[in-house]
Design a protein. Structure first.
Length: 181
């Protein structure tokens, strides 16, 4: 469920934002910074986290821990101070496009073969998707063509956070319980 700390959902195209530092603690991977709001997307769902800067501190990794979005930085930030966050936009936009394409590809595989997506991983050079069955090699180029056709149609995408009542009436495919998001 969305919290006030998730500008990345409210405005996924935000490249820069201001927020208040609500916590900063030294950790094993640098400093762990929590903000009042953030445009930095945390690692999750197979998608790597955003990177960028908070003031003059470099953001190297972002992770959701419980209800907090934790930004790992190379230097401490003063609690109570206001910082400007700047995303590495090229990285974010590439990740957004690749993650969306994975959803399209997985939907087509499910539609054609009834296979479930059981794993997904993105890194800078490769994207892997694991399914509950084996896709014939000769089908890959046709699936790629269908994904590209879907992209060129420029269909509007909508991110929703349905209520429990609406969720109960919806048909959806997910490995996770939607209330855990």
């Amino acid at each position: 469920m969305e919290t006030m700390q998730e500008l990345f959902y409210r405005d996924p195209y935000a490249r820069e934002f201001s927020a208040t530092v609500t916590a900063c603690r030294e950790g094993k991977k640098g400093f762990e910074v929590v903000l009042s709001d953030t445009a930095f997307y945390p690692e999750g769902g197979g998608q790597p986290s955003d990177e960028g800067t908070l003031g003059d501190a470099k953001v190297t990794f972002v992770k959701r821990i419980g209800s907090e979005v934790v930004h790992y930085t190379d230097k401490p930030l003063e609690v109570g101070s206001t910082v400007t966050g700047k995303l590495d936009w090229d990285r974010r936009f590439d990740n957004m496009q690749n993650h969306t394409c994975e959803h399209i590809f997985s939907g087509l595989v499910h539609q054609k073969y009834k296979f479930e997506n059981v794993g997904f991983h993105m890194d800078p050079d490769d994207i892997t998707v694991d399914f509950s069955g084996e896709i014939p090699m000769e089908a890959i180029s046709e699936l790629e063509k269908l994904v590209n056709q879907a992209i060129t149609q420029n269909i509007d995408l909508k991110i929703e956070f349905p209520s429990e009542e609406v969720l109960q009436a919806m048909e959806y495919r997910s490995k996770k319980n939607c209330t855990e998001w």
